[in-house]
Design a protein around this ligand. Structure first.
Ligand code: PLP
Length: 372
């Protein structure tokens, strides 16, 4: 049996006619930037997240960067970020000239360890980015409490968590602002790059919209040194077709995750945990094992594709050599980078496929290494 890591075809087949109709609509209207499709999507996505405002932008990285700029975070400032995340979280911080200060994540839920935030806060700390990694929400009440005590702004990086719930509340409205990515492989994906900011702060939303449109508040009148990062009409139209299906697709992932957890029985493999407060959306189904590369090969030989999220901890990336954080300085992040392996997870994955993957994992035995 072949099990791909991801497969868009079940989703594509269901929506083919509506997606073509969306394309037709935009094509015939011949208005491709900053029009009705964007506005309609922003309204429905804000409502979906229980946020008052949504600003469509070019991608997820820009969403984080524009939030930071909108909050006046820049040179001389520090921003708390988890040590385990996709590099975009840190890149947004360094792009605005601020310094990312890495905090280890909890090795059960892979979200920022709230007990370790306090020791990293200095006079320069301006903001904290809470990454709902793999689709599992962070402990937002605790994060907001810490932030309030130190006067920090809270940004959610919800790029992997569209629709996830924290104590019954949707991510995207739990901090000062949230960044979403609609990269095709995310739980809600466009047919190209796209992203959005959600917030209940009107001033911030207005500012971000202006920043994303050349810093222009009206045509050829520029109040900020902005950028060009807009959600285009085609992507907005496609996203409008897909948004109403998101909860059903997420429910499929949730069921698949439950099946993996029920079926995988191998003492060398650690399954992901869900915090009592969380209802995750399983963007990634992450397991861990000491001999990760051997398991990866074992599964690959059985026709099962896996991915690693992420093979190099942020501080050990060449791009961040200037931070001078040596190997060993963030041991948990380094361990996760060495041990993590992501199993196939997508809308439409079948019970037979999940059972097959679980059976192969259960049959796997790590090599004796002589370690105690
Ligand atoms: C995908 C992702 C981003 C960046 O989104 P893009 O749309 O690819 O720029 C940011 N943060 C996290 C956690 C992501 O997974």
């Amino acid at each position: 049996m072949k099990v791909p890591f991801n497969d868009f075809t079940p989703m594509q087949r269901e929506l083919e006619r509506e997606m073509y109709a969306a394309f037709d609509r935009v094509y015939r209207r011949a208005w491709y930037i900053d029009g009705g499709e964007r506005k309609a999507f922003e309204e429905s996505f804000a409502a979906y997240c229980n946020a008052q405002y949504c600003v469509g932008v070019g991608n997820g990285l820009e969403a984080i960067r524009l939030i930071l700029q909108g909050m006046d975070v820049g040179a001389g400032d520090e921003v708390i970020v988890p040590a385990t995340t996709f590099i975009a979280t840190a890149l947004a911080v360094t792009y605005v000239g601020a310094v990312p200060v890495f905090v280890e994540v909890d090795p059960e839920t892979y979200t920022i360890d709230c007990d370790k935030i306090g020791e990293k806060i200095t006079e320069r700390t301006k903001a904290l980015i809470a990454v709902h990694l793999y689709g599992h929400p962070c402990d937002m009440d605790r994060i907001c409490e810490i932030a309030k005590a130190h006067g920090l702004r809270v940004i959610e990086d919800a790029a992997q968590a569209h629709g996830a719930l924290y104590k019954g509340r949707k991510v995207g409205s739990l901090g000062d602002a949230a960044a979403f990515s609609f990269y095709p492989g995310k739980n809600l994906g466009a047919l190209g790059d796209a992203g959005a900011v959600t917030t209940n702060d009107k001033r911030l939303a207005d500012r971000i919209r202006i920043l994303a449109n050349y810093g222009s508040d009206r045509k050829y009148h520029h109040i900020y040194q902005g950028t060009n990062s807009r959600l285009d009409e085609l992507q907005a139209a496609f996203l409008r077709v897909k948004l109403p299906e998101l909860d059903r697709w997420n429910a499929w992932r949730k069921r698949a995750a439950q099946r993996y957890c029920d079926a995988i029985r191998n003492s060398a493999v650690k399954l992901p945990e869900t915090a009592a407060y969380a209802d995750p959306v399983w963007h990634i189904f992450a397991i861990r094992t000491r001999q990760r590369d051997a398991l990866e090969k074992w599964l690959c030989d059985a026709g099962i594709n896996t991915t690693i999220h992420y093979p190099t901890a942020m501080h050990l990336q060449e791009a961040y050599a200037d931070l001078k954080l040596p190997k060993g300085s963030l041991p948990l992040a380094e361990m996760i980078a060495d041990e993590e392996i992501s199993l196939p997870m997508y809308y439409g994955i079948t019970d037979e496929q999940i059972t097959y993957v679980a059976d192969r994992i259960n049959a796997w035995r790590p090599q004796e290494t002589g370690e105690a």
